[in-house]
Design a protein around this ligand. Structure first.
Ligand code: SF4
Ligand code: SF4
Length: 66
């Protein structure tokens, strides 16, 4: 069977490492992320292009995109 053309991103947030700085929210070009209280949350996974800016910009290694 053929691979689907577009596999959804797998965004892994480590809530115990996230300090809620919202840098990742600000850097995401497609507004995938949003703050949920003091931790970041995925609000629109469909829009994720897997650019990994959030992953690269997080100072605390709290978010990873696969
Ligand atoms: S990988 Fe890119 S598009 Fe996806 S959540 Fe992170 S910054 Fe946004
Ligand atoms: S950049 Fe990192 S520490 Fe800051 S809100 Fe995003 S995941 Fe949390």
């Amino acid at each position: 069977m053929a691979e689907p053309a577009k596999k959804p991103a797998n965004i892994v947030i480590n809530e115990s490492l996230c300090k809620g700085c919202s840098i990742c929210v600000d850097f995401c070009p497609t507004n995938v992320l949003a703050m949920n209280g003091s931790v970041v949350a995925v609000k629109n996974l469909e829009a994720c292009t897997k650019c990994q800016l959030c992953d690269l910009r997080c100072p605390d290694f709290a978010i990873q995109v696969f």
